[in-house]
Design a protein around this ligand. Structure first.
Ligand code: CP
Ligand code: NVA
Length: 312
């Protein structure tokens, strides 16, 4: 019978609050398990039998929320969900100590990374970051898996991120360089990724042999790239800055002309939701090069592997 014995490796940190909570070895195992789960989903239909997860979302979501709910159900478990600001109706530490008595895992999407960290501190069950202001680690898992499906070993491949040095950029940068992919990010002045996360990525790149480059020039970033990635100019929680951002990011729009500067086989990537006519033009996101729906599909498969490695 299918069971958790499909993988013996567990994420030793017990939580997935940020990308680096999984070691390099655990990340490799997660990607291998994802391949197996994607190939033969039926073999895992009882892997989380009798297990429940709490899904707490402070912000809207289509992909993350539905793929977590589907992942747990397809693994034989079930999920319960609640929305609203965590810690508003009652202290966060009380929320955590309720949920740990009912469910075996907490998946949370929050405004602040601090909320994820506090939940992990107070709850004895694993806490998964389903997007915060600083990280989107579950997205990065699906993204590198999608890249491996297309290009194989990522060592020596180049990923270019064009736009805001945001949560998606932080997680992708850390995860891609760890797997040996070169990473270049082009942002306007004032929207660079956080310096401490760049420093972490540099240290990881030194180990994997990857190159890491920060620039203001989109053409320079995408030159020689196997993948061109962008995300919204205004992330959830930053809506007050939307008008100013629309002006500052205009030169960073991913157009067909910019895609031409990447490798001929380069793919276009986006975590979705996308704002066509802002960070990307319709012609690119609807083109043959676009793998945005493969990325979205792979959220389901990578999160199954993640849940199995956390809830065993
Ligand atoms: N990519 C992503 O996280 O999408 P949702 O905001 O719909 O979950
Ligand atoms: N950077 C975006 C990603 C949405 C999936 C946001 O935080 O709103």
């Amino acid at each position: 019978m299918a069971s958790l014995e499909h993988t013996t490796m567990r994420i030793a940190a017990r939580d997935f609050r940020r990308d680096l909570d999984a070691s390099h070895e655990e990340l490799r195992e997660l990607l291998a398990l994802t391949h197996a789960v994607k190939r033969d989903p039926a073999a895992y239909r009882s892997a989380l039998a009798g297990k429940y997860i709490s899904i707490l979302f402070e912000k809207p979501s289509l992909r993350t929320r539905l793929t977590f709910e589907l992942a747990i159900k397809q693994l034989g478990g079930d999920a319960v969900a609640s929305t609203g600001k965590i810690g508003q109706r009652e202290p966060l530490k009380d929320v955590a100590r309720n949920l740990e008595r009912w469910t075996q895992c907490i998946v949370a999407r929050t405004y602040l990374q601090e909320t994820i960290d506090q939940l992990a501190e107070w709850a004895s069950v694993p806490v998964v970051n389903a997007l915060s202001d600083i990280y989107h680690p579950c997205q990065a898992l699906a993204d590198v898996f999608t890249l491996e499906e297309r290009f194989g070993d990522l060592r020596g491949k180049k990923v270019a991120f064009v736009g805001d040095g945001n949560n998606v950029a932080h997680s992708l940068m850390l995860t891609a360089v760890r797997l040996g992919a070169d990473f270049a990010i082009a942002t306007p002045e004032g929207y660079q990724p956080f310096a401490d996360i760049v420093a972490e990525a540099k240290a990881l790149a030194a180990v994997s042999g990857a190159q890491l480059a920060l620039t203001g020039d989109p053409a320079e970033a995408v030159s020689g790239a196997h993948a061109v990635y962008t995300d919204v100019w205004t992330s959830m929680g930053f809506e007050d800055e939307a008008a100013e951002r629309r002006v500052n990011f205009q030169p960073y729009q991913v157009t067909a002309e910019l895609m031409e500067k990447a490798r001929p086989e380069a793919v276009f990537m986006h975590c979705l939701p996308a704002h066509r006519g802002e960070e990307v033009v319709d012609e690119v996101i609807e083109s043959e090069r676009s793998v945005v729906f493969q990325q979205a599909e792979n959220r389901l498969h990578t999160q199954k592997a993640l849940l199995m490695m956390l809830m065993g």
